[in-house]
Write a protein that binds this ligand. Structure first.
Ligand SMILES: [Ca+2]
Ligand SMILES: [Ca+2]
Length: 314
C-alpha cells in the first residue's frame, strides 16, 4: 500500500513540474500540453493585429473585427514577455478573442486559468474570461433553462494590477436536470471554445498566460483513497475480519454484511490502484464512499469480536 501511495505522489510531483512563472497557485496535477495554442501570445509579433485578423492559434475577434487588438511587450506575468492588449472606446466598447474548437472528454477534469489586467484609469473590470461548450455537432451544448457559456470568477485585484484566475472544470454530476453550474462540463459537451473578452466598458485591458489543461484527477483521487485506507490500517482490519469469518455461522446477517463489505473494500482498492482512464464521477463516488466504508469496516471488526465472545461464553 505504501509503495502505491509513493508512486502516486511521484506522479503528482512530476506532472506539476511545469514553469512556475506561468502557473502560480495551480495545485492540481496536469496532463499533456496546454490546449490553448498561443495562450501567452508569444507566437505573435509585437504590434497592432490587423482588422479582420487574429493572433495565431485564435479563431475570431469577438463582436466583429474592429482592430482593437494589439500584441504588446511589457512585464507580462505569463510565459515570455508579450501579452494581448484590447482597447475599448465609448463607441466601440466590446472586443476580445474566441478560440477554435478544442476537443474535450466530458467525463474527465480540466482546469482553465489565466492572467488579466485593466489599466488603472479604466472603469470597472469587464474582462469576461471563460468558455463556450459545444456538442458533437459543434452546436451550443445548452439545454433547456441554461446557456452554453460560463466565465471564471474575475481576479480580486484593483485596476492597474495583473490578477490570476483559475477554475477546475468537473463533469456535471446531474446531467438529467437540464442545467450545469459554471464549473461543470455538460454531459453532451465534446468541444469548447475559449472566450477572452473585454465587454461593455471603455478603456484598455490585457490578457496573458491563458491555459487549459486536462487534470490528472486519477492521481489525486488515488492518493486520497489509498491514503485513507492506509491511515485506517484497512489491510489489518481486513485480515482480522477474514480470520474471524469462518467462525460465524452461515446465514447470519453479520456474515453477509461482512462478505459484502470486504468485496467492496477490495473493489475500491483495486480500482484505485489499477484504473487510469475511468470517469471522474466514478472516482468521486469512490472518494465519497471510502471514509464511510472504512468506518463500517472498523465497526464490523468489533461486532465480530463481540459475536465471537458471546459464542465462547454462551
Ligand atoms: Ca506572454
Ligand atoms: Ca446538472
Amino acid at each position: 500500500m505504501r509503495t502505491q501511495l509513493l508512486v502516486a505522489l511521484v506522479l503528482l510531483t512530476t506532472a506539476t513540474a511545469l514553469p512556475a512563472q506561468e502557473m502560480p497557485q495551480i495545485d492540481v496535477p496536469l496532463l499533456g500540453e496546454n490546449l490553448i495554442v498561443n495562450g501567452s501570445f508569444e507566437l505573435s509579433p509585437v504590434g497592432p493585429v490587423a482588422p479582420g485578423e487574429v493572433p495565431e492559434g485564435w479563431s475570431d475577434e469577438a463582436y466583429g473585427a474592429d482592430g482593437q487588438l494589439t500584441i504588446v511587450e511589457d512585464a507580462a506575468p505569463g510565459e515570455g514577455s508579450k501579452s494581448l492588449q484590447i482597447t475599448n472606446t465609448p463607441d466601440n466598447n466590446k472586443s476580445g478573442l474566441h478560440g477554435p474548437f478544442i476537443e474535450i472528454d466530458p467525463t474527465q477534469a480540466y482546469i482553465q486559468f489565466g492572467w488579466q489586467k485593466v489599466d488603472a484609469n479604466s472603469v470597472g473590470f469587464g474582462m469576461p474570461y471563460g468558455r463556450q461548450w459545444f456538442d458533437a455537432d459543434q452546436q451550443g451544448a445548452d439545454q433547456e433553462h441554461t446557456r452554453s457559456y460560463n466565465y471564471l470568477a474575475k481576479p480580486d485585484v484593483p485596476p492597474g494590477e495583473w490578477g490570476f484566475t483559475q477554475q477546475l472544470l468537473l463533469p456535471d454530476p446531474t446531467p438529467d436536470d437540464g442545467k450545469f453550474a459554471a464549473n461543470e462540463i455538460p454531459a453532451n459537451a465534446r468541444y469548447l471554445k475559449v472566450w477572452a473578452l473585454a465587454y461593455n466598458w471603455s478603456g484598455i485591458g490585457y490578457y496573458d498566460g491563458l491555459g487549459l489543461y486536462r487534470v490528472d484527477y486519477a492521481s489525486m483521487a488515488r492518493e486520497r483513497i489509498l491514503g485513507a485506507m492506509d491511515e485506517a490500517d484497512a489491510d489489518a482490519i481486513r485480515a482480522e475480519i477474514e480470520a474471524a469469518l469462518p467462525n460465524v455461522p452461515e446465514g447470519l446477517e453479520l456474515r453477509t454484511r461482512a462478505t459484502d463489505l470486504l468485496a467492496e473494500q477490495a473493489r475500491i482498492s483495486r480500482a484505485a490502484t489499477q484504473e487510469q482512464q475511468r470517469p471522474v464521477l466514478d472516482w468521486m463516488a469512490d472518494e465519497t464512499r471510502t471514509p464511510e466504508m472504512l468506518t463500517e469496516l472498523e465497526a464490523l471488526r468489533w461486532e465480530l469480536k463481540i459475536e465471537a465472545l458471546l459464542r465462547t461464553t454462551g
